[in-house]
Design a protein around this ligand. Structure first.
Ligand code: HMG
Ligand code: MG
Length: 298
């Protein structure tokens, strides 16, 4: 049986835009966030407080956070790899901070310049500070379904990071397919293994759609009781440290499937379609969402 309701976390302002080469005006980022919250998303990943040398596109996170129209009840999340990021997140009045590590050593080195063990040690003070400040804490596990540098990633490595996040006090844990290589049987296996240790209500699926498997992977994850998914309007996105990886699964495609399954999200589908077309226009390209383009052509 599928969950009756699913929480969609819109990650396009962060994961969707971080890899764009041309710097996007801050006002466009602000309008994107505001359009998304107006459409009904309960949680938007709005910014990233990382080194601007590593990810220049996210350098205006404080301005984005200061410029958005806060909608009561919405959780605005931001990425915080270390205490410097946490301090910026606190100043920006984020509701949730996201620590992000990996299940693969090679990816951990490329993405955050340290080993998995070192990353957990760096996350400890962030987690403590988040708890002390009363902020939500989320932990993301990159390369949970495969790594661009090391290839196969053992399920046990994913479960290990999940347990470390649990020990740090994470409210939510993301199983992330950074490069979109996962297929449904493997997704089921990983989700079953993680939810054997972590309450399924706290586990989310973050699927990139590089190989066109993301919608199928969400269906597989739904079957294991997962009810939180990360999506990106127009399928925007990609990780700067995962060459060739495309965007997150398109929000429009996921909403279309969930509507067909009779699963509630509380999100205005038409408003999301409009937003997907609008931001694609700004980036001067066709939306990567099949459902979005089909709806817009009607
Ligand atoms: P480092 O060089 O090892 O760190 O980078 P450092 O502490 O030695 O600092 C180096 C410089 O960065 C210093 O500046 C710091 O002040 C500055 P300098 O003295 O050279 O002028 N710095 C910062 N500036 C602003 N905010 C900060 C910050 N921290 C240090 N928070 C670090 C380590 C983690 C900082 C670096 O590797 C980094 O920023 N990486 C960014 C990685 C990233 O953003 N990747 C994309 C997001 S993750 C993702 O997309 C995956 C996900 O979607 C899930 C999935 O799909 O898998 C979440
Ligand atoms: Mg991602």
């Amino acid at each position: 049986p599928f969950p009756e309701r699913v929480k969609i976390v819109e990650v396009s302002p962060r994961d969707g835009l971080q890899n764009e080469k041309a710097i996007i005006p801050t006002e466009v980022k602000i309008e994107l966030v505001d359009r998304l919250t107006a459409a009904g998303f309960p949680n938007v990943e709005a910014a990233s407080f990382v080194s601007p040398k590593w990810v220049p596109q996210m350098a205006d996170g404080a301005e984005v956070m200061a410029g958005i129209a806060r909608k009561p009840g919405v959780i605005y999340s931001v990425l915080t790899p270390n205490m410097k990021g946490f301090d910026a997140a606190l100043a920006a009045k984020a509701d949730e901070v996201v620590i992000f590590g990996a299940a693969s050593e090679a990816f951990s080195q490329k993405n955050i310049n340290c080993s998995i063990a070192e990353s957990i040690a760096r996350f400890e003070p962030v987690a403590e500070a988040a708890k002390a400040a009363g902020l939500r804490l989320r932990g993301s596990i990159s390369t949970a379904l495969g790594c661009p540098y090391q290839g196969e990633v053992p399920v046990s490595a994913v479960v290990d990071v999940a347990q470390r996040y649990l020990a740090l006090g994470c409210d939510e844990i993301d199983v992330a397919d950074t490069i979109g290589v996962g297929t449904p049987a493997r997704v089921r296996e990983v989700m079953r293994a993680v939810t054997a240790k972590v309450d399924p209500a706290r586990v989310s699926g973050h699927f990139h759609d590089t190989y066109g498997q993301a919608v199928a992977n969400i269906l597989a994850a739904l079957e294991t009781g997962i009810a939180i998914f990360h999506t990106s309007v127009a399928g925007l996105g990609g990780c700067p440290y995962a060459k060739g990886a495309t965007g997150n699964v398109a929000t429009e495609d996921v909403l279309y499937m969930l509507r067909g399954l009779g699963i509630e999200t509380g999100i205005d589908f038409d408003a999301v379609v409009d937003t997907g077309q609008w931001i694609s226009g700004h980036l001067d390209r066709k939306s990567a969402s099949r459902a979005g383009n089909a709806m817009a052509a009607r």
